[in-house]
Design a protein around this ligand. Structure first.
Ligand code: EPZ
Length: 431
């Protein structure tokens, strides 16, 4: 398994291009199942999760063509065309779904398009059991017959889906996306209440509208969908990755550096940029035009800030580990509360090995900043925990070696290349 070695203490300086959002690209790709037309997605990031989902979609009978746009040094995202002319299989097998939970997003589209689906239960993952009960209850409300047996979800809607009102007891990004896609082809009107407002959900909704869906309330927690008989293909550009943006912004802050991040969407960054500014980091955004840039520069040692993770537009759980690495080197103490996932503080023991001073009680971490972290061998456990260890390594004195970096490859495109281009002493050790 590959490892990443980092020799810390070098301030990052330069420009980093931000790619398309993994968590928008994945549901957008499953939307191709809803139509026999061709869905062409641009600004698609090069990530392991995208490849995993591509293989699953091809098993369903989707034909795929990829023509990497070789724009500026290959940093431009790929262009991917997906055509589900006919569905060859409505099964999503365990060996695929266990690798990537987002595979469960084929459930709604397959039910809507074919009236049946057999999708493996995703099983838990490092950050918690992550059930799909909200997905299943919602689809049942649209008339699907759901049967759980031998580790699979057997879903059927022989007479098609019928619109209904679905009220989510808690906010769920994936359940909102599955229901939104299913509702586009259901008979009549569906209302999703307490829907997730994450920008990736809105990106999916806007793409579905471009495919002919009738959706109102995009960006709010109440989505109204009027079912249509069929959807068509379209061309759609994946929105910038707000978590990648936030991650590199923290890289600038934690190394005392000065980075320009290009191709971002500043309107997605409210809570993250506010937290960084409160910590004393300079965040300068020139005009608010499309594909904008932001300059992030450390203004001396950061100050501790308190954070609570919340559904959008609150502080994103996917940025919690990265901000904790920054707070570990801050002046003062910060309290970080993880409210979305049961077990998303596994980066703490690894940061402690690097000399951080953190106490965990339930979902709350009390982080007392230390003047400097010390390099150490550490292990990645999930995507965002692994990148927080890389960030800590960039700031630490001495060498840090992060193992199990396959977690990183799921969500960060050419991470070590982008960091090395800005002065980081970082290399991937194969094998
Ligand atoms: C999406 O996961 C993201 N993944 C996650 O990003 C992100 O952390 C999460 O939303 C929250 O923003 C993708 O978009 C591919 P949820 P998802 O359904 O949809 C519970 C990353 O690092 N829940 O909003 O799986 C669940 O256990 C990943 O890029 C139920 O109880 O998240 C969790 O505690 C990690 N029943 C909470 O809700 C359900 O049926 C939020 O989950 C569904 C979810």
């Amino acid at each position: 398994m590959d490892r990443i070695r980092i020799r810390g203490g070098r301030p990052l300086k330069g420009t980093i291009p931000i790619g398309g959002a993994k968590n928008a690209a994945l549901p957008l790709m499953t939307a191709s199942l809803l139509t026999e037309g061709t869905l062409t997605l641009s600004n698609l990031p090069h990530l392991a999760d995208i490849a995993t989902l591509l293989h699953l979609l091809q098993r369903h009978g989707v034909t795929v063509s990829m023509n990497g746009a070789d724009g500026n040094e290959g940093h431009a995202g790929r262009v991917l065309s997906l055509t589900a002319g006919e569905i060859a299989s409505t099964e999503a097998p365990y060996d695929v779904v266990r690798k990537m939970r987002a595979s469960v997003l084929v459930l709604g589209p397959l039910l809507a398009r074919c009236g049946r689906a057999r999708v493996s239960l995703p099983g838990g993952c490092a950050i918690g059991p992550r059930p799909v009960d909200l997905h299943l209850k919602g689809l049942a409300a649209l008339g699907a017959e759901i049967d759980l047996r031998d580790g699979y979800i057997h879903a059927a809607a022989p007479r098609g889906l019928a619109g209904a009102t679905v009220r989510f007891p808690t906010v769920s990004v994936g359940a909102t996306e599955n229901l939104l896609m299913a509702a586009t082809l259901a008979r009549g009107e569906t209302v999703l209440e307490n829907a997730a407002r994450e920008p990736e959900v809105s990106d999916l909704a806007r793409c579905l509208v471009a495919m002919g869906a009738e959706i109102e309330g995009i960006g709010t927690d109440r989505l109204r969908v009027r079912g249509v008989r069929a959807l068509r293909g379209t061309d759609y550009r994946v929105l910038p990755d707000r978590i990648e943006t936030g991650t590199y912004a923290v890289a600038a802050a934690i190394t005392g550096g000065d980075l320009v991040l290009t191709g971002i969407d500043g309107t997605l960054m409210g809570a993250v940029f506010e937290a960084l500014a409160e910590a004393g980091v300079t965040v300068e955004q020139p005009g608010g035009e499309e594909g904008e840039a932001v300059r992030v520069a450390a203004g001396g040692r950061v100050r501790g800030v308190d954070l609570v993770t919340r559904p959008f537009p609150g502080f994103p759980t996917d940025m919690q580990a990265q901000m904790m690495a920054l707070m570990a080197t801050a002046e003062g103490t910060s309290t970080i509360v993880e409210t979305i996932f049961e077990n998303r503080l596994m980066h703490v023991p690894e940061l402690l090995r690097m000399g951080a001073d953190i106490t965990v009680r339930g979902g709350t971490a009390i982080v007392r900043g230390v003047p400097a972290l010390k390099g150490a061998p550490v292990m990645a456990t999930d995507l965002r925990a692994s990148v927080s260890l890389v960030l800590a390594g960039l700031a630490a004195e001495g060498d840090t070696e992060v193992s199990r970096v396959y977690h990183l490859d799921r969500g960060y495109e050419r991470l070590e290349e982008k960091l090395a281009a800005c002065g980081a002493d970082i290399e991937r050790i194969e094998g």
